[in-house]
Design a protein around this ligand. Structure first.
Ligand code: NAP
Length: 297
């Protein structure tokens, strides 16, 4: 029997682990892939208070070591189902566990664009992670799709390796930080393709290009690129929790700044819950809030 089980070892989950252990609780953290969460793919974090620059990997490694050092147990197991009751039952691919309080911190996953053959071409030129795959496109031309901070960071990262980076955004205003847009505008090998949407991946076995349409003029252009990096945001992955918590129409767990889900003893922390601002700082804050509440169960 654990006092607290945390599902997900990203920033919210690991922070919850730190706070749970510091509250003297027996804590288990379950993770289906590797610890670290989305931030692991960010080359340089420069908006976490007190750290002017830190790589996502270094940040995640530090969080993990801190949680384990304080006594959290970590198991790389995929959670299959959760059952509510006097205690919570958590069934994974390997085991079944019981706990008094449960914190869901499953984050979010990359949103696909929905182009034909998009999934089939992953690994053949289509990628959702510039830091993981960027080096394969050294001296090549690539496209980044999206207008948020991830797309801007991906474009900046890729511009260090690639011959040319096209940044394709459906509007002419970016959602991401203006400071990052300004840096990209100064780069000679970055081209802005604005008011435009991708309509077709070109190439048979490998990507050879991307067809884009200008949404104002309907003009079609074929960009000769060998890499397509899709960075159009995230979506949650909460379907297995529908029996124990309520989801909003986009699939996020309904919980407010207290991280309470409405089901006693079950909390939702970080990007997996309904919230206005999904940042590293807010994920860490949720982890702390959820664990301190869960520690009272
Ligand atoms: P995001 O902020 O939600 O931006 C997604 C972008 O993709 C938007 O520009 C959106 O266009 C575009 N988009 C969405 N669906 C599309 C579609 N079907 N076709 C074409 N374009 C589409 O996502 P994100 O950039 O991944 O960032 C997620 C969160 O993490 C944000 O809060 C962001 O600030 C944060 N983040 C922070 C950092 C950092 O601080 N270092 C780094 C990365 C991410 P519209 O603008 O027209 O809606």
């Amino acid at each position: 029997m654990y006092d607290m089980i945390i599902i997900g070892a990203g920033t919210a989950g690991l922070t919850a682990g730190i706070y749970g252990c510091r509250a003297g609780k027996k804590v288990l953290i379950l993770e289906q892939t590797t610890y670290g969460g989305q931030i692991i793919n960010t080359p340089d974090i420069e908006n976490y208070p007190g750290m002017a620059h830190v790589s996502g990997f270094q940040f995640a490694q530090g969080l993990y070591e801190q949680a384990i050092g304080l006594g959290a147990e970590y198991k790389p197991e995929k959670v299959l189902s959760v059952t509510d009751g006097d205690t919570k039952q958590v069934k994974t691919s390997e085991n079944e566990y019981e706990c008094k309080a449960l914190i869901i911190a499953t984050g979010a996953k990359n949103r696909p664009l929905g182009l034909e053959r998009e999934q089939e071409m992953v690994g053949a030129g289509v990628s959702y992670c510039a830091t993981c795959d960027g080096a394969f496109f050294r001296k090549k031309d690539v496209a980044v799709i999206g207008g948020g901070n991830t797309a801007l960071e991906d474009a900046a990262f890729l511009s260090n390796y690639c011959n040319r980076v096209y940044i394709i955004h459906r509007r002419d205003q970016f959602r991401g930080d203006e400071k990052d847009v300004a840096v990209l505008r100064e780069k000679e090998n970055v081209s802005f393709v604005l008011d435009s949407v991708a309509t077709e991946i070109l190439g048979e076995d490998m990507v050879t290009g991307l067809r884009v349409k200008n949404v104002k003029t309907d003009e079609i252009t074929d960009l000769q690129v060998s890499g397509i990096f899709i960075a159009i945001g995230q979506m949650p992955d909460n379907q297995i929790f529908t029996d124990v918590v309520s989801l909003d129409d986009q699939g996020y767990i309904i919980a407010d700044e207290t991280c309470e889900t409405g089901t006693p003893g079950i909390y939702a922390a970080g990007d997996c819950r309904t919230k206005g601002v999904r940042q590293l700082t807010t994920a860490a804050a949720d982890g702390a809030v959820a664990a301190l509440a869960a520690a009272k169960v």
